[in-house]
Design a protein around this ligand. Structure first.
Ligand code: GDP
Length: 296
């Protein structure tokens, strides 16, 4: 794989060629370049440390030192490890529940929850032939409820009304009851986000989770969020049993290091990637392609 990192490592190796032999400390120099590449891609520091430790162990096992092209061998180990970490356990949305299967959408405001809710509705209708209902529990922003109404119609799904004077749990239960009575296969629950993590927000979404018993609890995270994505992911993971991640805005110009941070911190698989503002901009997450992008 040709990447900026491969070029850097090749240059480093050329410099090393002048020396009698390649030593373990030379591999450490190469790993330092890998570390820089990951940090440049905005992977969180503790995640980088962990990752480098794993790569170091693997590279000792694969005899990087004895190979003719140590730089290439190391880059190949790094990309394989990246793809394996990010791709582990990837699967489509789990609907193995007594219908209606409830899917809870969690994440910060602006992450792309509402848009992604409609994208998922469209995916489930078109690819899985499901009857889908959406509902918004965002009682703080009437505009968010309206936004969900609009995009749900565009997705060809049905929308359940809610109003700012209601409690989110009551909204969720009313929508669930309606979905049962009208034989919906899936209920997608969009939730309120905040600009930053706060206790009230977490308590509220935990309450929704307890009341609705979702089969999927999806953490929606902006690929452009960089280092902050790690803290956000930790807070949501501590509050909720996350079953999957959707990485939005992968069409932006970030190198998308957030994917590795969020995957490693939550332990949940990255199921989909958002690739545009449009409702068909949702793709199954491709870990290998994303690994190449992180390495630059
Ligand atoms: P919410 O506050 O989490 O519900 O976020 P929204 O769904 O309102 O999305 C915030 C902004 O991000 C909107 O302008 C969306 O059009 C945009 N957005 C969401 N997902 C994507 C994506 O995958 N790519 C791009 N380019 N924009 C996105």
């Amino acid at each position: 794989m040709a990447s900026a990192l491969t070029d850097k490592l090749s240059r480093l190796v050329k410099e090393l060629r002048g020396q009698a032999r390649i030593t373990e400390s030379n591999v450490s120099d190469m790993l330092r370049e890998v570390r820089m590449a990951l940090l440049e891609a905005d992977v969180a520091l503790p995640v980088v440390r962990d990752f480098i430790a794993r790569v170091k162990e693997k590279s000792l096992g694969e005899d990087v030192l004895g190979s003719l092209q140590p730089g290439q061998v190391l880059v190949s180990i790094v990309s394989k490890e990246l793809a394996a970490t990010m791709g582990e356990g990837v699967s489509d949305i789990n609907l193995a529940a007594q219908p209606p299967a409830v899917i809870l959408m969690a994440g910060l405001q602006g992450a792309g929850k509402t848009t992604t809710t409609a994208k998922l509705a469209k995916h489930l209708i078109e690819k899985r032939k499901k009857k889908v209902l959406t509902v918004s529990g965002d009682v703080y922003r009437p505009a968010a409820i309206e936004q969900l109404k609009t995009v749900t119609a565009q997705a060809g799904a049905q929308w359940f009304p809610s109003t700012p004077d209601q409690k989110p749990v009551d909204i969720g239960l009313a929508a669930l009851d309606y979905a049962k009575k009208h034989f919906f296969d899936v209920l997608l629950v969009d939730t309120a986000g905040r600009l930053a993590i706060d206790e009230a927000l977490m308590a509220e979404i935990k309450g929704l989770h307890a009341a609705l018993n979702p089969v999927e609890t999806l953490f929606v995270v902006d690929a452009m969020q960089g280092q902050d994505a790690a803290n956000t992911a930790r807070a949501f993971k501590d509050a909720l049993p996350l079953t999957g991640i959707i990485l939005t805005k992968t069409d932006g110009d970030s190198r998308g290091g957030a994917a590795l941070s969020v995957r490693q911190i939550t332990g949940a698989p990255i199921k989909f990637a958002g690739t545009s503002e449009k409702l068909d901009g949702l793709e199954v997450f491709d870990a290998e392609r994303h690994a190449g992008r992180i390495l630059g």
